[in-house]
Design a protein around this ligand. Structure first.
Ligand code: CTP
Ligand code: MG
Length: 217
């Protein structure tokens, strides 16, 4: 089996963060947010890293850079294509999750056993979740079965390539890459991950990420 390849998507604009430049390059804990994820992957032994980039930005040292696409799924596809043909296992990760650790990366890789198509980091849901039609509550979901999904998401390269070959409309409707594999009947496992591997979306998230990084230092 060939070495696992990480595809880090960093091409988003970060509109909800409202920073001057793209979110992945916003400074967090003293360095571009993207750099924290690269460190975590390398610490887990994943050294082949492809980064989908916003226009005008270069890949960090030792990584392969590729221009990102209009939507996140296009960026994933571009990174997968740039990774080449001879790969078995790919990890997809959002640069917007700088708090990922080597432990999480390793746990996801270890969960991808022979009969599994994808293994995805996820945290048990802490809140009670209700489904509503507008504001009318329809039902209360069984919290013990709910997981808040994160990245990294680890795939058999073939399974990811297959689902990303679908129409743009299908890709646009999917909220994560693993859901496309599920929709095709693939076997997807959740891998328990701490809640603090959250996605930096708003300025408040950025402040919280800074605090967590400072507490780890
Ligand atoms: N992403 C990407 N290409 C896109 C859109 C998103 O590579 N066309 C990446 C982002 O860089 C981020 C991850 O996908 O690392 C998750 O997306 P999100 O948190 O939505 O980031 P942005 O799209 O940058 O933020 P916003 O939606 O607020 O503009
Ligand atoms: Mg976005």
């Amino acid at each position: 089996m060939s070495e696992a390849v990480a595809l880090i998507v960093a091409a988003g604009r970060g509109e909800r963060l409202g920073s001057d430049g793209p979110k992945a390059f916003v400074v967090c804990g003293g360095r571009p947010m993207l750099d924290w994820s690269i460190d975590a992957f390398r610490a887990a032994g994943v050294t082949r890293i492809v980064v989908a980039l916003p226009a005008g930005y270069d890949a960090p040292e030792g990584c392969i850079g590729v221009p990102g696409g209009v939507q996140r799924s296009h960026s994933v596809r571009a990174a997968l294509e740039a990774a080449g043909d001879s790969l078995d296992v790919v990890l997809v990760h959002d640069a917007a999750r700088p708090l990922v650790t080597a432990r999480i990366v390793r746990d996801c890789l270890a969960a991808l056993t022979a009969d599994v198509d994808a293994a995805i980091a996820a945290a048990p849901v802490a809140d009670t979740v209700k489904e509503a039609d507008g504001y009318d509550v329809v039902r209360t979901l069984d919290r013990a079965r709910l997981w808040a999904v994160q990245t990294p998401q680890v795939f058999r390269a073939e399974a990811l390539r297959d689902v990303l070959a679908q129409d743009d409309a299908i890709l646009a409707a999917a909220t994560d890459d693993a859901s496309l594999v599920e929709a095709r009947g693939g076997r997807v496992l959740v891998v328990p991950s701490p809640r603090d591997n959250f996605k930096v979306t708003t300025p408040e998230d950025l402040q919280l990420a800074e605090l967590v990084l400072a507490s780890r230092a």
